[in-house]
Design a protein around this ligand. Structure first.
Ligand SMILES: [Zn+2]
Length: 372
């Protein structure tokens, strides 16, 4: 079967101009293409596997980053809450401090007032007040009460001052706590932003990988599709003919042999070329008969050969009928020796009505005269 495929390629080589081989595939090129497709598919499949691995890996990393971001978010919320609570406390402290400062001022004023009042009352100095006592006992009493009042004022003043100090310290502590929390919060925000940027990068990478993967998968599917088409083509070519023609071939058409097998000056193309078959002259429409039992593996236009029929005879033997005007058979048909398969014409690279008849053994052209 392989040999038959090679034969079909040789046909194209004979015709030599690529224009004539513009049809889908020759057997050999189909096999080569098939091999190429297998290789490319295996490469693509590794690539797709690798990309899938990368994709899974990146998705995993992104999931991790998402979890980290969630944790950070929770911590940030907690810190923000702490901050709010502390700030509220600070507000309370500030109010309390303001109250204390005011009270302290009031106390200070009170002490001053008291002294002023003492002066004002009798336009006496504090000492005069003391010394204006009529006797020592009164003096002592006055001194005692005055002292008492001053001491009370002083005590109150001191206690307020003390409280003010305490609250002041509280305020400082609170402010320190707040600025520490705020700093922590800043750090977390920075981390959160880093994670967000990292995630963004990975997301971009993931998109690129997914698009690469999609492209590779598309290429893979296209190759699969082409592989199927080639397989189909190869099936029609190799036909699966189970018989084996061993007899001499019949002359496919009655007529004069106008050109023999071998090197010759080509009737149309320049230079000497190998003539891989024989030309049998006959009038237009003359029936062409199968040279032997076999299966039709090709019936269609084949470059310079024009309308062509190829029959697989099994055992590596094939015959080709070129320049036909029409077909009387189709691909896949099993034919008997002498059965009508086509009609004489001048299609393809031909100068007049005739049959170009070829015999191939294991792909190589053989002189048809030697097997007829
Ligand atoms: Zn010929």
């Amino acid at each position: 079967m392989v040999k038959l495929l090679i034969a079909l390629t040789v046909v194209c080589y004979f015709v030599s101009s690529p224009v004539f081989c513009a049809q889908a595939y020759t057997g050999k090129s189909a096999q080569q293409r098939q091999e190429e497709i297998r290789n490319r598919r295996s490469r693509l499949s590794s690539k797709i596997r690798a990309l899938r691995g990368k994709e899974a890996n990146l998705s995993g990393q992104m999931k991790e980053l998402d979890e980290q971001a969630d944790d950070l978010d929770t911590s940030l919320k907690e810190l923000s809450h702490d901050l709010k609570v502390k700030q509220d406390e600070l507000d309370v402290i500030k109010v309390r401090l303001a109250e204390l400062v005011a009270e302290l001022e009031r106390r200070k004023a009170l002490v001053a007032d008291r002294v002023t009042a003492v002066y004002m009352q009798g336009e006496l100095t504090y000492l005069e007040l003391l010394f204006s006592a009529e006797d020592f006992r009164e003096f002592i009493n006055r001194a005692f009460y005055l002292n008492l009042i001053f001491e009370k004022d002083q005590e109150l003043y001191e206690s307020v001052k003390q409280k003010k100090e305490e609250v002041s310290q509280n305020k400082e502590k609170m402010e320190a706590a707040i600025s520490s929390i705020a700093a922590d919060r800043e750090k977390l925000l920075e981390q959160s932003m880093q994670i967000s940027r990292l995630r963004q990068d990975k997301s971009t990478l993931l998109r690129a990988i997914m698009s690469d993967k999609a492209l590779a998968e598309k290429q893979f599917r296209e190759l699969e599709e082409e592989g199927r088409r080639i397989e189909q083509f190869l099936r029609t070519l190799t036909g699966g003919y189970s018989g084996k023609w061993t007899s001499k071939f019949l002359k496919p058409v009655n007529g004069r042999i106008t050109s023999g097998y071998g090197m010759r000056n080509h009737p149309i193309l320049p230079g000497r070329r190998m003539h891989t078959g024989i030309d049998i002259s006959a009038s237009y429409g003359t029936p062409i008969k199968a040279g032997g039992d076999g299966k039709v593996v090709f019936a269609g236009w084949r470059g310079g050969y024009g309308k062509t029929v190829i029959i697989d005879h099994g055992g590596g033997l094939a015959t080709l009928y070129g320049h036909c005007s029409g077909y009387a058979t189709s691909v896949g048909q099993v034919v008997k020796a002498g059965q009508l398969i086509a009609y004489i014409g001048s299609t393809g690279l031909s100068t007049g009505n005739h049959l170009h008849f070829e015999v191939r053994r294991n792909g190589e052209p053989v002189n048809p005269m030697s097997v007829m």
